[in-house]
Write a protein that binds this ligand. Structure first.
Ligand SMILES: C[S@@+](CC[C@H](N)C(=O)[O-])C[C@H]1O[C@@H](n2cnc3c(N)ncnc32)[C@H](O)[C@@H]1O
Length: 185
């Protein structure tokens, strides 16, 4: 059985956490990393690492002296990535995105997220976005993939600049790219 298929089965088994029955597509892996700077040392945070498909793309984008903190609530997924990706730049955090500030008190250059916002309460979703905004550097980006447009307004209520890219896959995948322009709060 292919790794993609095994991952799909694991996602389906944990559907309430993953909100997905398969990994995001190759076009998502590429598009969601477009706002990460590759020409200097950066600190990147990933929410919802899963089996690490986007994680690998982030690691191939960032420089050798950068750092990636990847949050994932599912312990088995963390163990899978620990065994399959050997990279000193990657720090796996087996905890929820809502606990970002418990683990990090440094500035972040980019956030890349594939957590299922549609499965989170409005309060929890808003607080995850706000905490990430607080830690982001001015001009930093939060890029989120979702299967719907519905959560875009939550991001627009926190970030000064937001654009949505629709990838014509089946089902369609939407990437929200949101930029912190000047710390309005
Ligand atoms: C749709 S899957 C995406 C996995 C993978 N990054 C991809 O692109 O296919 C969402 C992932 O987010 C994880 N997750 C759900 N809620 C989370 C939270 N609050 N914090 C961190 N990870 C979470 C799930 O366990 C799952 O691995």
């Amino acid at each position: 059985m292919s790794q993609k298929r095994k991952t799909g089965i694991q996602f389906l088994k944990n559907f309430r956490e993953t909100g997905a029955f398969k990994e995001t597509s190759r076009s998502v892996e590429l598009e969601i990393c477009t706002s990460i700077p590759s020409d200097r040392a950066v600190t990147v945070v990933e929410f919802g690492m899963g089996h690490g498909n986007i994680t690998k793309e982030i690691l191939s984008t960032i420089s050798s002296d950068s750092k990636l903190y990847a949050f994932e609530v599912n312990q088995e997924f963390c163990e899978h990535v620990q065994e399959s990706i050997n990279d000193d730049r990657l720090v796996i955090i087996n905890d929820g995105a809502e606990n970002l500030k418990k683990h990090l008190n440094e500035k972040i250059d980019s956030v890349v997220s594939s957590i299922p916002f549609s499965f989170l309460s409005d309060n929890k979703g808003h607080s995850i976005i706000q905490d990430a905004y607080d830690l982001l550097e001015t001009e930093g980006w939060f890029s989120q993939v979702l299967l719907t447009k519905f959560n875009f307004k939550k991001f627009k209520s926190v970030f000064e600049e937001c654009e949505m890219v629709k990838l014509p896959n089946f089902p369609a995948e939407y990437i929200y790219h949101c930029q912190k322009k000047h710390g309005k709060f």
